[in-house]
Design a protein around this ligand. Sequence first.
Ligand SMILES: Nc1ncnc2c1ncn2[C@@H]1O[C@H](COP(=O)(O)OP(=O)(O)OP(=O)(O)O)[C@@H](O)[C@H]1O
Length: 481
Amino acid sequence: PGLRQILSDVVEEAKHSINKEISGAELLNSLLNTPWLKSLLKVSLGALTSAHDTVAQKDYDPVLPPIPDNLADDEEAMRLVCLVKNKQQLGATIKRNGITGEIFVARVIHGGLADRSGLLHAGDRITEVNGYSVYGLEPEQVTARSQGTLMFNVVPITDRPVNNQMIVTVCACHGRLQSPAGPGHPLRRGRYGLQQAKKLPSTSACVGLTPSTNLLRRKQKEFWWSQPHQPHTYIKPYDSQCEAVIGIYLTGFRRSLRLCQRQSLSTGSSQHSCHTRCSGSCYSALNNPYEEVHRLVALVGPSGVGVNELRRRLIEINPVTFQGAVPRFCVAFVLNQVSGNGEYKGHFYGTSLDAVKDVLNSGKICVIKVEPHAIQSVRTHELKSYIIYVKPPTAERMKETRKDAQITTNYYVNIPFKVSTLMEIEEAARKMESHYCQFFDYVMVNDRLQDSCVQLLRAVRRAQDEPQWVPANWIRPTEEF
Ligand SMILES: Nc1ncnc2c1ncn2[C@@H]1O[C@H](COP(=O)(O)OP(=O)(O)OP(=O)(O)O)[C@@H](O)[C@H]1O
């Protein structure tokens, strides 16, 4: 009634104002002073305050009647779940307990309809779907009834496990994921050890199911032992020249390492051997089905060689795939090193790691510039950086390619490249290589800018697609991905 009164006042007031001969300003002033507008503002303010209180108290739920006292102790709490499926998948799998015949939610696919609803959880027992009891039915029969609007009667799982799932980015080593039962056999949900996966980079792609690492490895093992013996492994001889490149060839490392060790014992190879590598046959038959990939690309090079330019262009070429971290990241590493006593380490280092992790968590490849003395800070198991060293071309080519370029000096002034600048870059490059070359995963020469961009893009792609040498301490026991 209050609102009706206000509205009729509005109409009256407007009629009244139109009959008067007054200016726009006067009209506005008199309107603002009208009782109906004051009342309206009062009502709106009241509604706003009430909405604010509701939100602040998180008091969204309807007030439910109290639970009756005479409930039996063994009464099960039921949940009625209504989901409208339309054409999309429900995003959950079910399984049947072979002994009791009960139907349970086996898995809720991350990001799917069931997951987004927050109403179904792995372990929940489904008793009815759309009014039909599902007791004793096969999962396929339940699925066949689950079309359109779904009304589930669910007995919620009592102890829902805390979500301790680990998310990692991997590359599938076989071109196409195949059913572990072999080519031509489709993946059947619930039958095999499947895991959730989503193709990157993607902001919206749905999570799907792929065979798990353990499952594929088991199949590969069966396949392996069914084959006649193949001498396929060798130890890369210990090379005192490349002492610092201590690593293990990541692909198939577990199996190959074991075989290599076995072989190394039988052939009496030096226990100092630090590299293992599989030949092609070993690689194809025994590789790990999934490999974690480098997603932090760290560019390093003498000041002025063009690291920032290349980084910027790489991101520009494909901003969906590549992203930089906040500039503080570089500063953090510089400070971390310059301070020497680690004075800034706690604060700045943590902050910068977060910036990189944010990019990595978004599924993108993070591209940063690092100072050479900070390489070790990013060359860790956690960040798994791929270090690309950007080298200047010959002095002649440098002079030719940089004739229109400008360099930013310490005083933030842009000046053209001088002969002395070129010499400084050359000298800095020489020192950098002699001190840090063992950490470079890839070396490129920044000659013609366009060619360099293509080369960089290719190098980064290769780092994702091909097996890499990595430091031995990056390798940890493989988990169910
Ligand atoms: N291949 C190239 N050909 C011509 N000009 C280039 C090339 N690479 C970079 N430049 C130009 O050289 C200048 C310096 O490059 P950039 O600022 O990327 O250097 P940097 O290595 O990041 O230096 P700093 O560490 O001092 O920031 C820029 O003007 C850039 O456009």
